[in-house]
Design a protein around this ligand. Structure first.
Ligand SMILES: [Zn+2]
Length: 750
């Protein structure tokens, strides 16, 4: 397990990018004003300008609030699209709309609105034409962009970037404070938009685009947004099928490219039409407003057919909010050699007395999460069996744990075939060779095996288009299920397919829809295998599951940060637990992570160190100070009882709403930016009641003022610590609370 950070500082990439960009700049014609006026579409939400000679985007302006240009100056000089082909000699060749010999731009009108059609002919002196159509309905602030490629070469399409969109850095002089939202893990939000974002975002380089990140390689939705107080740019795709895409902001010299990559995997001669639209629009407000637009679309899609309350595959025990307790059988973290066996947890039955103590302190059912159980070393698959400490005590533990009403969890390692692990100095190459490993592995475009070399382990990436690769995953799941857990998390490190450029795997030699088809099949076979052994088993994954797999998982191992995008969109379909790497630096930050999890709707989880003691977080060595045990256990118990008590209809079954304003609370900064010491969120229960949940994790009393929105006379029920009061209120109004240290509250309106 290890979250693959998109916050990648690869300096050589930047160097290559700079070289590339300088080359392009000097080769381009000098910027000038087009002699023909641009084609303009204006409605109440936006003003869109298309260059009538180049067929490029001149400007896109939000007119919902104070008029605000959303794109960089000189945007007309950027191409409308870039297409990378793989030619007959397996060489990449890139063309752009600026290479077209002829460009024709026209505008037409129909009942619903306007359309702009752009034809690009004889691109780069090749038999290539592209038609772009932008549909602009009168009544909405959204526009729908589609593209048809007429490819009369024999080249494969590697990927298409469309449309090319770049937003500017903030102007310091004008004190802009813009933000960018994207769908990394549970949700990512960055701002102000300036060159320092290079710490979190990759540079735009040709290689970046050769691998999808959606679905499931850490991007779980198709939404991005860019906004400030005066207006915002909404960016999404309306694909209900989870086809591979690249959807991520990327650094450029003068702004941020809102990267949109498509992978049709077609070969010429052929016509390729994008099977969904890119949706660009404007909005006024913060990221929640953009997410609401997206949620309105998503709720109509097949993957949102069944809410949690109607799901038949959903184990009831998950609704009782078991607390996850993770502990390693060997070593202390992912990376700490030599990985000595921990006698507290090995054989596994030794863990039972510690877990009993915790269950009683938390007065909650548990989800014991067993880490570092694999024969070869932590996260080593497929040479994972028999488990550390032997199979018999492992099974004995599972029976005893279930007898206590607990629900043990085992993790596999996603699409990884591990060949070396630092903790045990495991050498997996003999096993790899003896078990036909090579035929399971994805290929880079140069034909080499796709290898990931980390500081603490080496692995190859499995191609989901190969029988051997799929079989390895299914065998791994079967082996885990046979050990008797109630939750199997095979899809660690994101549930989604990875690219493969092999020419002999029976799939196209470029990324494309075949990946989603193969992964859909794999995920369903994987479920069948697990359920054939334990019909009640729950399937989990690391990071938010791609939206198209909402109904395929029963729980998920979140990567809680400060932007709850995924929960806002999809909590009422699937609950997750807060997960690991949650910035738990000290006792207060540890309690903050529980408060954040609570108000976001997550279940809670804690990690143990030696002697059954709660540690700050997973993957931290045991040399740190020991947290205040009574403090964190008591706070977790308070939060968890509240989650399944007064707040159950909101935090288990509810839908998150745009937050109502809460003020008058002190702020803390543990390294993730300023956060209030009273975490809050606004929710709607399935029956329509609305409520604000509050969690004061601080050691001080806090006096939050909550602004209640809406209209009319309502009954207000206030839970504050152990107290409960009820009264009638006329909305809108404000409520002032006095919250005790380490207390929770709910303001409910009915
Ligand atoms: Zn392959």
């Amino acid at each position: 397990m290890k979250i693959r950070h998109s916050f990648n500082r690869v300096w050589w990439r930047r160097f290559i990018f700079l070289t590339f960009l300088i080359g392009v700049t000097t080769a381009s014609p000098a910027t000038g004003i087009a002699s023909k006026p641009p084609v303009i579409v204006v409605n109440s939400g936006y003003r869109l300008l298309i260059d009538s000679e180049k067929g490029t985007i001149v400007a896109f302006r939000s007119t919902l609030g104070p008029s605000s240009e959303l794109l960089i100056p000189g945007h007309a000089d950027l191409p409308m699209f870039k297409i990378e082909f793989l030619d007959d000699h397996s060489q990449f060749k890139t063309v752009t709309s600026l290479d077209a010999k002829h460009v024709t731009v026209s505008r037409s009108r129909n009942e619903d609105g306007l359309s702009i059609e752009i034809e690009y002919n004889d691109i780069a002196q090749l038999p290539l034409d592209v038609q772009v159509r932008i549909r602009c309905p009168f009544q909405e602030p959204l526009t729908y962009w589609n593209l048809v490629l007429n490819n009369r070469t024999t080249f494969w399409v590697g990927h298409i970037q469309f449309p090319v969109i770049e937003v500017p850095f903030d102007s310091r002089r004008e004190k802009h404070n813009s933000h960018i939202l994207w769908s990394f893990a549970d949700g990512a939000l960055a701002g102000p938009v300036e060159s320092s974002l290079a710490g979190r975002l990759d540079y735009d380089s040709p290689e970046t685009w050769r691998a999808n990140n959606y679905p499931g390689q850490w991007a779980s939705t198709q939404l991005m947004a860019y906004y400030d107080d005066s207006g915002g740019l909404y960016i999404a795709c309306d694909d209900p099928k989870g086809l591979p895409k690249f959807l991520n902001p990327l650094m450029a010299m003068d702004g941020v490219v809102m990267g949109l990559g498509h992978y049709p995997a077609t070969r010429g001669p052929s016509n390729t039409k994008l099977p969904y639209n890119v949706v660009l629009g404007t909005f006024l407000g913060d990221w929640y407003v953009a997410a609401e637009i997206y949620r309105n679309w998503a709720a109509q899609q097949p993957f949102c057919a069944t809410k949690l309350t109607q799901r038949k595959d959903y184990p009831n025990w998950l609704n009782d909010s078991p607390v996850g307790i993770s502990f390693p059988m060997r070593g202390q973290a992912d990376w700490d050699p030599p990985a000595a066996v921990n006698p507290e947890y090995t054989p596994l039955t030794n863990a039972l007395p510690y877990l009993n103590k915790l269950a009683s302190a938390l007065a909650s059912p548990l989800m014991p999460i067993i880490f570092n159980w694999e024969y070869g070393g932590p996260w080593v698959q497929p040479e994972s069996f028999p488990p550390v400490g032997g199979e018999a005590p492992f099974r004995e533990f599972m029976v005893a744990a279930k007898g206590q009403g607990w629900h043990p969890v085992l993790y596999g390692d996603g699409l990884r075939w591990i060949t070396w692990q630092k903790n045990t100095d495991y050498d997996g190459m003999p096993y790899f060779k003896a078990h036909g490993g090579e035929s399971a592995i994805a290929r880079n475009w140069d034909g080499s095996l796709m290898e990931n070399i980390w500081e603490w382990r080496k692995n190859y990436a499995v191609c989901v288009g190969t029988d051997r690769g799929r079989q390895m995953i299914l065998d791994m799941t079967r082996g885990m299920a046979q050990l008797g857990p109630d939750v199997v998390q095979q899809f660690d490190q994101g549930p989604g397919p990875m690219v493969c450029y092999a020419t002999d795997h029976g799939h196209p030699p470029v990324p494309g829809p075949w990946m989603t088809e193969a992964f859909n099949q794999l995920i369903r076979s994987d479920t069948d295998v697990a359920k054939s052994i334990n019909p009640g088993v729950a399937l989990s994954c690391e990071g938010a599951p791609p939206e198209t797999y909402l109904q395929d998982f029963q729980v998920w191992d979140a990567r809680e940060q400060t932007c709850p995008l995924f929960s806002f969109l999809y909590h009422e379909y699937l609950n997750g637990f807060e997960g690991f790497y949650t910035n738990r630096l000290n006792d207060e930050a540890l309690r903050a992570s529980v408060a954040r999890a609570l108000v976001t709707g997550y279940m809670m989880n804690l990690t143990l160190r030696d002697k059954g003691l709660v540690h700050y977080d997973w993957d931290q060595p045991w040399t740190k100070a020991i947290p205040d045990q009574a403090g964190i256990l008591d706070w977790s118990k308070t939060a968890n009882h509240f989650r399944v008590g007064p707040a159950r209809d909101y935090l288990v079954y509810g839908r998150m709403l745009r937050p109502w304003t809460v003020s008058g609370v002190s702020q803390r900064d543990f390294g993730w930016g300023k956060e209030p010491s009273v975490m809050t969120a606004t929710w709607r229960a399935p029956d329509g009641r609305e409520g604000v949940v509050l969690a004061n994790y601080a050691d001080l009393r806090e006096s939050p003022r909550v602004e209640l929105e809406g209209r009319g006379n309502k009954e207000l029920i206030l839970y504050n610590g152990a107290g409960k009061e009820q009264r009638r209120v006329e909305l809108p109004t404000v409520v002032d609370l006095e919250m005790e240290p380490r207390s929770v509250g709910l303001i409910e309106l009915r």
